[in-house]
Ligand binder design. Sequence first.
Ligand SMILES: O=C(O)CCC(=O)C(=O)O
Ligand SMILES: [Fe+2]
Length: 385
Amino acid sequence: MDYSTFPLRHFFLKKLRGLRFVSHSSERYSAQSVFYQDRGITAVHVCITDIEVATKHFLFHSQALTIMAECYEEVPYSACDDEIPTVDYSLLFSDNPNQQLDALQRLRHACLEYGFFYLVNHSIKDEVLDNMLKGVSDFFNQTTLDERKIYSKRSPLDKIRWGLNSYTGENREYLKVVAHPEHHFPSKPSGFSKTLEEYGKDMRRVVIGLARAVSKTLGFEEQFIEKALELKSGFDVMAMNLYPPNAKSKGAVGLSEHTDPGFIISLVQDVNGGLQILSHKGNWINAYIPYHAILIQLGDQLEILTNGMYKSHIHRVIVGNNKVKRISVVGVHGPSLDKLISPSTVFVDDEHPKKYREMAYKESLVVNGDDEVDVQSSLEKARLV
Ligand SMILES: O=C(O)CCC(=O)C(=O)O
Ligand SMILES: [Fe+2]
């Protein structure tokens, strides 16, 4: 079997169905142990990134270990350079009806056939992006590592969360902050909070514009998504990631494969490198985000709302070939926490049975034992078929 072109999770799911994964009480994994017991696939993912770490932290059925060992040998993290569609934000609102229609058609195609696209002419000024990326870089300054430890997990209600995953298997430092409806930003370095606020405001404007345009691509009035997800009080988290250049002693994976919750996910970065997205055809595509463009990915709750028509896609970060450190800033733009999300009746009929159960957004964020600020996907928990 050619593992580089085959969607691995399906392969594992089939092969490992029925086997149990039991986590040790190791600190790193204990919070996720329940989660892993019925989501073998995520456990497998942890294992496959580094079998040595996996065996240290989990008790595995020996048959599962053999399968994982085989797969670990063969997975090369390779990806192709297939084109990722580009959407011109300004044209989505053009006064010229033909131009607008053309841009909306492009957006529909990108949502239907890809689930991710580069957004250009988005109206966020270069200096806002540059200031924000500089602020994030200063926050992650090596000399202040001890200072940011105050944002390590203290309570499930944390609004600011910092973490350093620099063990073999995942290689990333991150800061996650709640950015909407109210925002919680670190007070240091000076000016950082103001920079994030400015960027957050601009990005939110773009997200609301996209909600209107995406509604139109589905044949609805432009307020459809804003109302269905209650975006006015939407729960947004900003995740700032720092990936070091790969060192021999560390793992090639910056961030393991996952989808993200929410309506859409915005991503900006300082340098290209490492982000790979699994296409609907089952091949990994390298994302080479054009300078100052925003990568938009569709989130789980848009997939649920459209009953699987607009899908959220699995992605990961591979740092193996990176020569320099990379920073990415990810916005997970979600529905209101209390909003119940289920497939809209328009997308459900005899030929398209309901594929997801109803869940409040808040429930979907915490159902696997994670905290709201972690913004982890629970799409598999909502799936009915
Ligand atoms: O850093 C990246 O390119 C991707 C980050 C990501 O997927 C996430 O934070 O959810
Ligand atoms: Fe992500």
